[in-house]
Design a binder for this molecule. Structure first.
Ligand code: TZP
Ligand code: MG
Length: 237
């Protein structure tokens, strides 16, 4: 699963655009995941919106996740649900969901991240990595050091969320995030498609550099030299 650019469709920040319009524009800019996040509408309207987003994301082959509401996610045929620490627990969600259904969990500490992995989450989101005005009760940012520690302690995909924009995306990826989830950095931009494109390009570049750096650690370089030395000495025998 690719979670590189995970865009959350918050209508309140989009200045008059609907969830469907936000999703279409973000997908045109390369979003890998669309999450429907809506704290305003009731269940029937959420299901109507969710079904529309399901159609849009199916056509583009984009992952579609619904925030908080497992019931709505299952009814709309979404690919998954994103749960907070106070939502239905992952184990129960797993029992109710069909095979292959994605369960993402917000975490704020290494302990919560390890527990989410034990509870068979499919990905975790460090929430929030930086402080943000887009979620009123998000609390202070946990910072990049917590992100690094989580990266070292779990093997699940780790997504960073909260206060991420084009100025700090590189350090977030360098700290080990597999993807970034954003509202204002894309949805609050005057051109959602361009904002998504720019962030996506930055993520891709930074991941390439990170992979190269990982290949060029002193340990790996000396291992490669040793292999070359051995291969040469075999050839000269
Ligand atoms: N969950 C944790 S922070 C956050 C959510 C939904 C808001 C992220 O929005 P932004 O504008 O990218 O900081
Ligand atoms: Mg929630």
């Amino acid at each position: 699963m690719k979670y590189d650019l995970y865009v959350i469709t918050d209508e309140e920040i989009a200045g008059g655009l609907s969830h469907a319009e936000i999703a279409q524009l973000a997908i045109a800019g390369g979003a890998d995941v669309i999450q429907l996040r809506d704290k305003v509408h009731g269940c029937p309207e959420l299901i109507r919106i969710g079904r529309t987003l399901r159609e849009i994301t199916k056509k583009s082959g984009t992952l579609f996740i619904i925030n908080d509401r497992l019931d709505v996610a299952l009814t709309c045929g979404a690919d998954g649900v994103h749960l907070g620490q106070d939502d239905i627990c992952a184990g129960v969600a797993r029992q109710l969901a069909p095979p292959g259904f994605i369960i993402g969990i917000s975490v704020g500490t290494v302990e919560e991240a390890v527990r989410a992995e034990q509870e068979s989450a499919d990905y975790i989101a460090l929430s929030p990595v930086f402080s943000t005005a887009s979620k009123y009760n998000a609390g202070p940012g946990h910072g990049l050091e917590v992100l690094r520690q989580i990266r070292q302690n779990v093997s699940l995909p780790v997504i960073a969320i909260g206060g991420i924009n084009r100025d700090n995306v590189l350090e977030v990826i360098a700290a080990g995030a597999d993807g970034i989830a954003v509202i204002s950095g894309v949805v609050g931009s005057p051109d959602i498609t361009i904002a998504a494109q720019e962030l996506k390009n930055s993520i891709t570049e930074c991941k390439e550099k990170r992979d190269q750096d990982n290949e060029n650690t002193p340990e790996k370089l000396s291992l490669r030299s040793a292999r070359i030395f051995l291969a040469n000495s075999c050839l000269t025998k």
